[in-house]
Design a protein around this ligand. Sequence first.
Ligand code: SAM
Length: 469
Amino acid sequence: MALHCGKTCRQYLLHLAHDNVDFRLPEIKALLSLRGRQCEPSETFREKSPFWRLHGLSEEDVRSVMSRTVCAKSVFELWGHGRTATELKSSLMEYPRESMATFLQDQSTYKINVYTFNKTLLFNDRIKKIDALDYLPFQGKVNLKDPDHIFCLFEDYGLDPNDIPEEPLYLYFGRWISDGQRELIRSHSVKKRHFIGNTSMDAGLSFIMANHAKVKPLDLVYDPFVGTGSLLVACSHFGAYVCGTDIDYNTIHGVGKASRKNQKWRGPDENIRANLRQYGTEFSYVDVMVSDASKPVWRRAELFDAIITDPPYGIRESTRRTGSHKEVTSPPDDFSGESHVPVSMAYHLSDIFADLLNFAANHLAIGGRLVYWLPVYRPEYCEEMVPLHPCLTLISNCEQTLSSHTSRRLITMEKIKQPEVTDALAQLADPRFSPYQGHNSFREKYFSGITKKNEKGNDKPATKEGEGS
Ligand SMILES: C[S@@+](CC[C@H](N)C(=O)[O-])C[C@H]1O[C@@H](n2cnc3c(N)ncnc32)[C@H](O)[C@@H]1O
């Protein structure tokens, strides 16, 4: 299960979290590509495994990944691995002693942890496993509270909780280098955020989106369906300048009804700027404004380094755009009054995605990324439904299941060329470049699935905080 990123033979062991499994590989690849490293999984690579071996990277590379990742828990310099304790021992005996020496010398203190995946060991069994490593030439003293060096023995008992083997399927031993940023999920939890709404994006997913988008310091990032700005919070944490628009006046101005229980109206200063202030990134705030994403309000130029968004799909908020009575019915011939009365019209999902991709093609810098959620009806989903654009290449497409019949897919695209007149012809010729009308029925299918479920007497569909909209 190795990721090959170059020619050097040094190996690292990435210990991954077991939530958001589908998002992990694109995240790690995006973070490595920020360092100019391209990685390809080996033939034995198992994406769902909690342990990935990384080849051909420097310690700076892996430290830089760990400074951003919310999918990986920690990284270790891999000293040995094998399918059995005997294989692990031979592998460890082959690891150059001079590379070990600095960390084992008598002046230093250390501790060894034992981590088992898919099995819980008794304390005594853990101690036995540590004792069995006595062939390693540790010279220093054990210090459990504040050691100079931390080592870990990992035992992988597979992924099936209903079929746990007696002996581990694979073992690893390594020296701890650094932890990832899982702590951000807690520190930025929506539950403790100053300004939230019904569809505020979960903190972990917001950071994953910012990572998939390769957001970096001084970038300018835009969210055209900004809501309460959860995605801007994540991007500003990584040093980007952030801005956004939303059709909803109350959300942009932080007024109106509150989303929190026990609070009727939003209080003063409940707005996106205050959210950034809460996390110490107010200096990154450019601005937000009321605007309809279906209308061209921006000067035609490459304005943004990344566009990250969670478009409405009509489940927990309406998909509306501004229109005029003229678009609905023609006024009578003798009509002499105000001819432009803005009203709100349905904004079909297929148009939302077509507009979004066109917007990204026109306003992203070359190499800039568009990251967004695409809702899908699972029984009918196939890869061909993912909207394409001649100027954008698809980088990744990861599923987050919402219910037995619905999910949303995190789509990441990268701008590869400037729009040309001929692109319009390509869009006509290839159905994948045209808006896919099937997306429009997502709402009906979502609710039809729920109705069927409720008829069977099941619970309401999952509406986890920050999931779906
Ligand atoms: C799923 S929510 C975004 C939530 C946001 N990521 C957050 O963390 O709060 C979608 C947002 O799109 C907005 N919206 C709906 N139609 C729009 C349109 N035509 N133009 C711009 N925004 C629109 C809604 O008001 C809503 O705030």
